[in-house]
Design a protein around this ligand. Structure first.
Ligand code: PXG
Length: 285
């Protein structure tokens, strides 16, 4: 049976879910999105995702044609209409169709799309063994050019970094910012562990404020670890006891090699394992 896609208030079969070739989302990457997960029939951190979507939209002066509460209800409706209990939800809001040219005043009808489907970011065995990642030369977007806090449809910065990582034989790439500080991976935030300290780069490193990042920081604090946001360089990553990534699509995944250097013992570490167990518990609450 074909998936039902939400488009502007209606559920339509996947084959009929289409946008105009004049849509500025397609022409210019002009729009915003969210990636959300549902676990056991409940959408995880729905309010946080919806809030970030509306903030991203506000930052690019895009008026989402429905209120946030309606968006949240429609996300849940789309999951249910497809019979999913566990799935990945992709919400997209484009600027809408317009004239050729960048003028947003010549566009109308932002397209609101909600897809509920499955996603497999990394092969399952890597969740047990840990990832081997490389740092790449493509820096994260300068916040004064396109702020990484905006989850925009313009993801070429991340795609270029991901290509570099893949050319180096890795499934994920670590990006630094314009100051050479560690920022994030192409679709996940990064955490390091040093003794009992759990550290992650601050928002002003030029990163997306990940919903999973926030949830994991909460979990780490509740578990009694010293959790802090701290600027870091590759040196800190190379010399960490443990490294792991967080993201809605990735969930939590250990990293055991960075730039061909073994991290800690080269095996997923005990603090990662503890945080992973606790994170999985809150996704099912
Ligand atoms: N950083 C970046 C650059 C991201 O795109 C995260 C961190 C993690 O944030 P959350 O809120 O998910 O914990 C992301 C997440 C997709 C897709 O196709 C989206 C992301 C990553 C990979 C795929 O929907 N965004």
């Amino acid at each position: 049976m074909s998936l039902k896609i939400y488009m502007n208030g209606e559920l339509v079969p996947k084959e009929e879910a289409k946008v105009s070739v004049y849509d500025h989302g397609l022409l210019y990457g002009d729009g915003v999105f969210e990636g959300i997960r549902a676990y056991s029939g409940k959408v995880f951190r729905l309010a946080e995702h919806v809030e970030r979507l509306y903030q991203s939209a506000r930052a690019i002066m895009l008026d989402i044609p429905i209120p946030a509460a309606q968006m949240a209800a429609d996300i849940e409706k789309t999951v249910k209409a497809n019979g999913f209990t566990d799935c990945y939800i992709r919400v997209v809001v484009t600027r809408g169709a317009g004239a050729l040219g960048l003028d947003i005043r010549k566009t109308s009808h932002p397209q609101v799309i909600i897809i509920a489907d499955m996603i497999q970011l990394y092969p399952p065995e890597l969740y047990e063994k840990g990832l081997d990642i490389v740092s790449v030369s493509t820096i994260r977007n300068h916040p004064n050019a396109l702020n990484p806090r905006i989850k925009s449809l313009n993801y070429l910065n991340n795609i270029l970094a991901k290509i570099e990582g893949q050319l180096a034989g890795c499934v994920e790439a670590l990006m630094v910012n314009h100051k050479g500080e560690v920022a994030e991976c192409t679709g996940d935030n990064i955490f390091i562990v040093r003794k009992k300290d759990v550290l992650t780069p601050p928002l002003d490193a030029g990163i997306l404020e990940g919903v999973t990042r926030n949830a994991v920081m909460e979990v780490a604090r509740k578990a009694g670890y010293a959790m802090s946001e701290r600027s870091m360089t590759r040196h800190d990553v190379y010399t960490a006891d443990e490294v792991f990534l967080t993201g809605t699509a990735a969930e939590v995944i250990p990293v055991v090699k960075v730039d061909n250097r073994l991290i800690g013992t080269g095996k997923p570490g005990p603090i990662f394992m503890d945080i992973k167990t606790r994170f999985e518990k809150i996704t099912r609450e």
